[in-house]
Write a protein that binds this ligand. Structure first.
Ligand SMILES: [Zn+2]
Length: 259
């Protein structure tokens, strides 16, 4: 992303330079301002590691997009959840696997020891299994200052909350990255597209979409297959037009965090 920005800035610099040269040559000055139109950054996040999420892998791959899957390591492989092998396949396709607390408990108000177990032990499990675990997502979007500090101390480069988005690039608070409201059972395709379109219309921004189950009304926290099957190709189309750039959470924050 930095490279693209550099190219954009280079382009603007050249335009200004050429404009200056034109003036020197007494050519009529152009009133057209140099216009930088950076793509809106969009991140797709799937929380909880539900087993129905695995089917999203081929859809993303077919559209050359990548997403972030937040999983609770203590639940991986149990009934209703993806297995370690499935997560490995998703990661091998370029998706990010991030932490979501050991047993998907709310990390708000926990004592230090429990907090450490929920966030650090969870990350260690992911690392031990070969996952990069760059970013974390607070279960239920619930956190406090202790949880933010623990996410940082456990080695995460950033942590995603829920509401408040769209966020900015770089985000206002790396340990309280703001997403859009949860996509739920009755969220229509047009509404998800508007989250992207309106952010772009308002200027720069980071649109983080949060999905849970992918199913036909199996749960309130779900997106219908028809909706996601319509949205992903639409988003890929927006990317090919240069309107958006779809990145995982890890890609965005590592691109903006000082080493
Ligand atoms: Zn969750």
């Amino acid at each position: 992303m930095k490279k693209n920005f550099s190219i954009a800035f280079f382009g603007v610099s050249m335009a200004l330079l050429l404009g200056a040269c034109s003036s020197i040559a007494n050519a009529p000055p152009t009133n057209t301002p140099a216009r930088v139109s950076r793509p809106t950054i969009v991140s797709l996040t799937f929380d909880d590691g539900d087993d129905d999420n695995f089917a999203i892998g081929p859809l993303l791959k077919a559209n050359s997009l990548r997403a972030t899957f937040y999983v609770s390591s203590g639940l991986v492989g149990s009934k209703g959840y993806m297995t370690w092998d499935q997560l490995k396949i998703l990661q091998d396709d370029g998706n990010e696997i991030g932490g979501h607390a050991l047993t998907h408990t709310s990390v708000r108000g926990l004592d230090a020891e429990t907090l450490k177990r929920q966030i650090c032990d969870d990350r260690t499990n992911l690392l031990d299994r070969g996952f990069k675990a760059v970013s974390f997502a607070y279960p239920f979007g619930s956190y406090d200052e202790n949880a933010k500090k623990m996410a940082k101390d456990c080695g995460y480069a950033g942590a995603r909350a829920v509401r408040g988005g769209p966020d900015t690039i770089p985000p206002t608070d790396l340990y309280a990255i703001m997403g859009l409201p949860y996509i739920v059972d009755d969220t229509r395709l047009g509404k998800i597209e508007r989250y992207v379109i309106e952010t772009r219309r308002n200027g720069e921004g980071w649109v983080i979409l949060i999905f849970h189950h992918v199913c036909d009304s199996c749960d309130y926290f779900s997106v219908k297959p028809d909706v996601i099957n319509g949205f992903i190709p639409w988003l890929a189309g927006q990317q090919s037009k240069g309107n958006v750039k779809v990145m995982t959470i890890g890609e965005v924050i590592l691109g903006n965090v000082s080493p």
